[in-house]
Design a protein around this ligand. Structure first.
Ligand SMILES: [Zn+2]
Length: 277
């Protein structure tokens, strides 16, 4: 089969990433309640003042903003952080330093970067995007990600979202990582590839699993489609996901991309889980 890459400028609306593996062949009905909620949200956005992305408290200026309280509650990740894992240091160990976790078990991917630690408001934003159909969050979250991942994107050939398995995509109706990747592609000018990487193994949710169980759970879960290998070979890739917890998913996806000839895979997530104290 052919393997089509979307140029950033051609990227479709957030809800419609191209490709049979990204959208199910027949979309399930939206459901009256969800339809009403989406319609009501759009209507309210027209008549109400802009509100905080997280708590819906009114905010001055842009609609894509956090209120001061939620902004203060976000733990944005800034340097100093581990150059490999992107997790913040409490004290500054100097430029280029690696965390004990990155030294003990160097990741298969090159570098990981995230906007914020996965707690409080950042966790709430991810859950709203993923489980409560808040696709309106993707432009703001994706824009933050493009900024946090500017170094990675500057040297990248392709942005690739972590794919969902067809069955999960069918239930959820959209891939939140693909929605973020489209925004990142438009912001950075790096083409977004949504067809090549496939999730071929239906894995249980990772929540509540240990690091080892997570690694077992996703081992062999990803594969580059045979017709798409030439899209990946020799490319430097930024893999996009909403959250990076232990890195098991990113590692499994990286392994599949490297097996297809990718020269480097970096990871850009909206939220990173804080390292053990
Ligand atoms: Zn707020």
């Amino acid at each position: 089969m052919s393997c089509v890459t979307l140029a950033a400028a051609d990227a479709p609306a957030l809800t419609a990433p191209a490709g049979a593996d990204v959208l199910p062949p027949v979309r399930p009905p939206l459901g009256l309640r969800r339809l009403a909620r989406a319609g009501l949200g759009a209507l309210l956005a027209l008549v109400l003042p802009p509100s905080c992305l997280a708590c819906r408290h009114p905010v001055a200026g842009s609609a894509a903003a956090l209120c001061p309280a939620c902004w203060r509650a976000m733990r944005f990740i800034e340097r100093p952080y581990c150059e490999r894992l992107g997790t913040p240091f409490r004290d500054d160990p100097g430029p280029g330093a690696l965390s004990p976790a990155a030294i003990a078990a160097p990741p298969l991917f090159g570098r990981a970067r995230g906007v914020a630690l996965y707690e409080g408001v950042a966790r709430e934003l991810v859950h709203a995007l993923k489980y409560r159909d808040r696709l309106d969050l993707a432009p703001a979250l994706g824009a933050w990600m493009a900024r946090a991942g500017a170094e990675l994107l500057a040297g990248a050939d392709l942005v690739i979202p972590v794919p969902l398995h067809r069955a999960r995509l069918w239930r959820r109706r959209f891939n939140q990582a693909a929605a973020l990747a489209q925004v990142i592609g438009r912001a950075s000018g790096v083409p977004v590839e949504t067809l090549a990487l496939r999730r071929v193994k239906r894995t249980p949710a990772q929540v509540g699993l240990t690091s080892l169980q997570r690694a077992d759970n996703v081992r062999g879960a990803f594969r580059v489609a045979s017709g798409c290998r030439e899209r990946i070979a020799g490319r430097r890739i930024v893999l996009v996901d909403d959250v990076m917890t232990t890195g098991a998913t990113a590692t499994a996806a990286t392994r599949a991309l490297r097996a297809a000839g990718a020269v480097n895979v970096d990871v850009l997530a909206f939220a990173l889980v804080a390292p053990e104290p």
